[in-house]
Design a protein around this ligand. Sequence first.
Ligand code: PDD
Length: 285
Amino acid sequence: MSRIAYVNGRYVPRAAACVHVEDRGYQFADGVYEVCEVRDGKLVDERRHMARLVRSLGELRIPLPMSLSALSVVLHEVVRRNRLGYGLVYLQVTRGVARRDHAFPPPGTRPALVVTANGLDAARADAMAAAGIAVITVPENRWERVDIKATALLPNVLAKQAARERGAREAWYVDRDGYVTEGASSNAWIVTGDGKLVTRPADFGILKGITRAVVLDAIRAQGLALEERPFTVAEALEAREAFLTSATQLVMPVVRIDGRPVGNGVPGPLATALRRGFHAFAAFS
Ligand code: PDD
């Protein structure tokens, strides 16, 4: 079965899907995106992802390409046409196609919309979670609006590649004051020696992760101790547990930071329980 993508009004074979060379996403990374987990053919936390999309677009003054209900139909249709059980839907909106000029294109330029879907290997992800992953730390070098889910991800690409080259799965950004901001494509968490879950507040310094929000709901519902505050790399190395959250990795235990073990060097019980219980707090559509 050939895979299907949605590109500006058409469902097309993925191999033939293409955008214009003057798409501003291609030329300026002038666009935003969302990644939504698909489970049993259903979108996970679609409403929250769409709310963040609307916010990202609003911050960049890019119009919504269609109504949210029409967009929902497209997302579900891409899932259906790809017969996707478990995986991800990727959605990207750019400021559209226009003759190259840094300033905004003429009013009325239609935003461009692309939606694709990819299957994931659940067994592989669970095996990775059972072993835990390694992260490296890198200096924070991104712009100040990382709260916008922009397609401009060059620093994240370089950080992730640096991680891979050092045998790690993720890179944690560290700001000038020594505090961890977030990962190249995930939010960062620790569990302190006295059992408190700690994650950085979702101000302008991090992307307000949807998985993070669901995990916060789970933590509050279970009455677990929580502190939304920044933490340092030293504190993470002394922590009982560390983990990261994202739509692609869900709750993923972190067992090494810059080659040094976190806690006992194995996935911790809280991260493991939050991963197992995650979908009880997620919404399916
Ligand atoms: N990344 N921080 C950054 C920089 C991210 O890119 C992501 C997600 C997150 C977690 O957000 P969420 O829980 O909503 O997935 C935090 C996606 C998965 C990606 O770029 O593929």
